[in-house]
Design a protein around this ligand. Structure first.
Ligand code: ATR
Length: 277
């Protein structure tokens, strides 16, 4: 089986490691290769990629939108998000999917099975592609109030207003979110704030958060961000970025192969890998 990743930069991607392990665990012979493409010659490079006859590939920054006109069909969720991160080659036809939101929700459910229900109050920090994916997946799961706070408030407004949840969800400034932090059962950090090398930064303070609330950070380098440390010291429970990373990869692998792999053991291996053990 031939799999791969297109994006730029991708040299430090963890996907080759994850998918090689998934192939091994599924007992499938195959490889996962990196295709670093230049935005200026994307079209020509896509034609070359077609000749490679990959069975499937992942798409990352900055091509998640650019790939869409090259596809023969796009699944409903990816269409809604306007972004594709997984492509399956089905008898020569390229089909597009987005596994980010589902990866997030699956990993959250695996750890906190009863957390998500219609009355769960959620705060989403950030309004980029990752936030959008998580927002619409949570809505699909039946959550009704998902407030979105962002440095640029207009982007938060755009997400909230694009949905039927606009009645019960609000767009907020980061300051307003900090002031209302005690209301939320689930707080999700989707920006790059706190990522190495700026690991001492946190997007907002969690000082007044509800005890026992779940705090999630999609940043996985470092494994425990300053934001998550703040959560722990204020009585929060945490959900880490590498959990989403692994679950979205396992979901992509299922789209390509039809095989479900148990994430639990691989999650520990990934943790060790990220700690450099
Ligand atoms: P992606 O699609 O990967 O999520 P993106 O669209 O660039 O990436 O979104 C990045 C998010 O991080 C945005 O919500 C951005 O806020 P703005 O919309 O105001 O730009 C947020 N972000 C990045 N750096 C930030 C910082 N220093 N402080 C607060 N928010 C930041």
């Amino acid at each position: 089986m031939k799999l791969g990743l297109i994006g730029n930069p991708i040299k430090h991607s963890l996907s080759p490691w994850i998918h090689s392990r998934l192939l091994e665990l599924a007992g499938i012979e195959g490889q996962y290769q990196l295709y670093e493409m230049q935005p200026g010659s994307f079209q020509q490079q896509i034609e070359l990629l077609r000749n490679e006859q990959l069975d499937g590939f992942n798409v990352t920054v900055p091509f998640k939108q650019k790939i869409m006109p090259e596809l023969d069909d796009i699944d409903g969720q990816a269409k809604k998000l306007g972004a594709v991160n997984t492509v399956k080659n089905h008898d020569g036809r390229w089909l597009g999917y987005n596994t980010d939101g589902k990866g997030f929700v699956n990993s959250l459910r695996a750890k906190y099975g009863t957390l998500l229900h219609p009355d769960t109050k959620v705060l989403l920090l950030g309004a980029g592609g990752a936030a959008k994916g998580i927002f619409f997946t949570l809505l699909n799961e039946g959550v009704r109030q998902i407030d979105v706070a962002n440095r640029t408030t207009e982007r938060a407004e755009a997400i909230v207003n694009a949905s039927e949840a606009a009645v019960s969800s609000h767009s907020l400034t980061l300051k307003e979110a900090e002031g209302r932090i005690a209301e939320y059962h689930l707080i999700i950090q989707t920006t790059t704030v706190g990522m190495n090398p700026r690991s001492d930064e946190s997007i907002i303070s969690l000082k007044n958060m509800k005890e026992g609330a779940v705090v999630s950070d999609i940043v996985y380098q470092p494994l425990e961000t300053a934001f998550l440390k703040d959560a722990i010291s204020n009585g929060g429970r945490i959900h880490q970025g590498h959990e989403m990373l692994l679950y979205q990869a396992v979901y992509a692998f299922k789209i390509w192969t039809g095989k479900s792999i148990d994430e639990t053991k691989l999650l520990m291996e990934l943790e060790a890998q990220l700690k450099g053990e």
